[in-house]
Design a protein around this ligand. Structure first.
Ligand SMILES: NCc1[nH]cc(CCC(=O)O)c1CC(=O)O
Length: 333
């Protein structure tokens, strides 16, 4: 009789067998864009932690309300339901578009990772493959090109650029998901709409952009194109595991942009654009504040090896000294 002590596969001794840990619950909004970016992060988190990751869909007030964002308290409405779920422990991590994240640090939560940023610029989706310049040149003061955007920042810069170029433009306040917004162009209701290039790209629809708008024409929203991965401060092991997804240059850039926004006491629906880029270990930060009609815009830049948040606050102070507060109108949160 042969022995019963054959060499089976020994139980692994090192790390915990992953199948014994419950999956990580990643909270996400239901929109196609949120699902796309959460799916990407879920894969990265699974690879980084060796854990399974399941998506938990959470509906926010911003998803169900058709009111203008400025009316319902800014894009923070997209964030708070996910944060409530994190604090309640019904999800383990949440993925947000960083530009929707209020600048105030939340009690009990950690910004565990800011992954590598995508193209931060805005993009135009226009009829007939036209660029912004071509579209506006086809109009005239009585029949200006009609461009859809609900963003005061985009409106301000679009009007300022058109006026500097001697061209007419009409902005039409719209909101809704990417499909809805592009739909206004496909139906012929609008000549073009402006959206974040990163959002189009994550949906696999960047090819529908007829122009990615140069940052000399339009500075993006602080944090645009970057994602935020949040978890509970009560779970430092998870925060540490998620930290491998952090991209240091992206975090430095968005830290500078958000410090500027916070120091201006402006929210994500204020007419403020800002973009930091890394150049040979130095951060270069550009920012614009304007009136929504574009009649007055103040643009400034700075560079240096100061800490990112100091760079942001310093530029905000210079903008405020130049009268920025008076341009932003009613402070949005
Ligand atoms: N305001 C909603 C929102 N929040 C983030 C993005 C795009 C993706 C990103 O900036 O990371 C969008 C859509 C848009 O502005 O077109």
């Amino acid at each position: 009789m042969t022995g019963q002590t054959g060499t089976g596969v020994p139980p692994s001794s090192g790390s915990l067998p992953t199948e014994e840990l419950p999956p990580l619950r990643l909270g996400t909004r239901r929109s196609a864009l949120a699902m796309a970016q959460s799916g990407m992060v879920a894969e990265a988190v699974a690879a980084a932690t060796g854990r399974r990751v399941e998506l938990v869909e959470i509906t926010t007030y911003g998803d169900t309300s058709r009111e203008a964002l400025a009316q319902i308290g800014g894009t923070g409405v997209f964030v708070s339901a996910l944060r409530d779920a994190l604090l309640a422990g019904t999800i383990d991590l949440a993925v947000h578009s960083l530009k929707d994240l209020p600048t105030a640090a939340p009690e009990g939560l950690v910004l565990a990772a800011v992954p590598l940023r995508e193209d931060p610029r805005d993009a135009l989706v226009a009829r007939d493959g036209l660029t912004l310049a071509e579209l506006l040149e086809k109009g005239d003061p009585l029949h200006p090109a009609r461009i859809g955007t609900g963003s005061p920042r985009r409106m301000a810069q679009l009007h300022a650029w058109a006026s500097a170029s001697g061209l007419a433009v009409e902005t039409v306040a719209i909101r809704g998901n990417v499909d809805t917004r592009i739909g206004y162009v496909r139906s012929g209701e609008l000549d073009g709409v402006i959206l974040a290039a990163a959002g189009l790209n994550r949906l696999g629809r960047l090819a529908e952009a007829t122009e990615v708008i140069d940052t000399d024409v339009m500075l993006p929203a602080p944090g645009q194109g970057a994602l935020a991965i949040e978890c509970s401060a009560a779970n430092p092991e998870l925060a540490a595991a998620l930290a491998v997804l952090d991209d240091a240059p992206t975090r430095a850039a968005v830290t500078a942009e958000r410090a500027l926004l916070a120091a201006l006491e402006a929210g994500c629906s204020a007419p403020v654009g800002a973009l930091a880029t890394t150049q040979a270990d130095e951060l270069a930060l550009r920012a614009v504040v304007g009136t929504v009609d574009g009649a007055t815009v103040v643009q400034m830049s700075t560079t240096g090896d100061d800490a990112p948040d100091e760079l942001g606050r310093g530029l905000a102070a210079r903008l405020l000294a130049a009268g920025a507060a008076g341009l932003m109108g009613e402070r949005a949160k």
